[in-house]
Design a protein. Structure first.
Length: 348
């Protein structure tokens, strides 16, 4: 397994080196032109170059996805390689132009001598060959630029698709898939840096009654409004996601337990202070409340254990009357039964 990981970690460099080598070979083939001995060699080499760049794109994207760092660096890497190849082509074009000018100058000087007929013909043939090579390089440069733009467009489309796949369609915040990815990231960062990390789960109280009485459109609107309240009342580095149904998760990196509880209390108070009504009829929905469970990551604790503890606190908040935030238990209050509901992801 370690050998496989080591091999995969060097694939990007191998494909990049292969792309540069193929470019050099292709340019050499174009420069010296072997039409009889190796017909189509230039096209073959540039075809291999395209395959190498394509494989580099796939490798870079897969690597970044596995490390959950997003795919923005992939486009940049591919773009840099394609730009390097384009610069190499431009250098050859510049040298070709300079060489052509020198040949024209030599041809002009030879034309002044009557005995230079055969030599002049050779020089003119060289000029013609050089012009053809320059045209080929120019076409290849244009094709490469077009390919670079196409790669960037594909990368942009892939990024948009991935982003949309991690966004909740109702609330426009992160969905469960986003939560699992971000949760794993934050856990790893907390273990590496030793900083505090807190997790909060929120559950809208008696949300099913709202859906049953007013319909799912009103319920969806309430979910969107609560998501807005969450986003507006947490810190910029905190990450919010819809955990499922009427449940939401807030990840608070670098926050102690008291700070996390304070943030949850702030959200709870804002929601409690609002009076909701159905538009356009104006029918009153009334006050909507939310319950929170909050916990801080312990040393050597797994993500599944942290999630289980937070879920237990949320369950207790519901059992104790709802509309409250429950974190670690005070010594004078015995914990209620915290039989976890068994629907949490144990794979994190």
């Amino acid at each position: 397994m370690n050998a496989l990981l080591l091999l995969r970690s060097h694939l990007g460099a191998a494909f990049a080196l292969g792309a540069v080598l193929l470019t050099a070979l292709a340019l050499t083939a174009v420069r010296f032109s072997f039409p009889t001995e190796f017909p189509g060699l230039e096209l073959l080499l540039f075809g291999w170059l395209g395959v190498a760049l394509g494989r580099l794109t796939i490798w870079a994207r897969s690597s970044e996805s596995n490390t959950a760092k997003g795919s923005a660096g992939t486009a940049e890497k591919v773009d840099q390689i394609l730009r390097s190849v384009a610069r190499l082509l431009q250098t050859h074009l510049t040298e070709s132009d300079a060489f052509s000018e020198r040949l024209h100058g030599a041809s002009g000087r030879l034309a002044e001598h009557e005995a230079s007929g055969p030599v002049n013909e050779i020089v003119m043939a060289l000029i013609d060959d050089n012009r053809q090579m320059r045209d080929k390089l120019s076409d290849l440069r244009d094709q490469l630029e077009e390919s670079r733009l196409h790669v960037l467009q594909l990368q942009h489309n892939l990024e948009r698709s991935e982003e949309e796949g991690m966004r909740d369609v109702v609330t426009a915040i992160g969905n469960r898939r986003f939560f699992e990815t971000a949760f794993a990231e934050e856990l790893e960062k907390a273990r590496t840096t030793g900083e505090d990390f807190c997790l909060a789960l929120a559950d809208l109280d008696r949300f099913k009654l709202v859906n049953d009485r007013f319909g799912h459109l009103v319920g969806d609107r309430l979910l969107r409004l609560f998501a807005d309240i969450l986003v507006q009342n947490v810190r910029g580095q905190d990450r919010v996601a819809r955990f499922g149904g009427e449940e939401f998760a807030v990840m608070l990196p670098g926050a102690g337990l008291s700070e996390a509880v304070e943030a949850a209390e702030r959200v709870r108070r804002v929601l409690e202070s609002k009076q909701w009504s159905v538009e356009p009829t104006g029918e009153r929905v009334g006050k909507v409340t939310v319950s929170f469970g909050v916990a801080k990551l312990r040393a050597n604790e797994t993500g599944a254990d942290l999630l289980r503890r937070v879920d237990g606190h949320l369950y207790d908040a519901k059992a104790r009357g709802r509309n409250r935030v429950v974190a670690e238990w005070p010594e004078d209050v015995p914990p209620l039964s915290r039989q976890t509901r068994g629907r949490r992801a144990a794979s994190v």
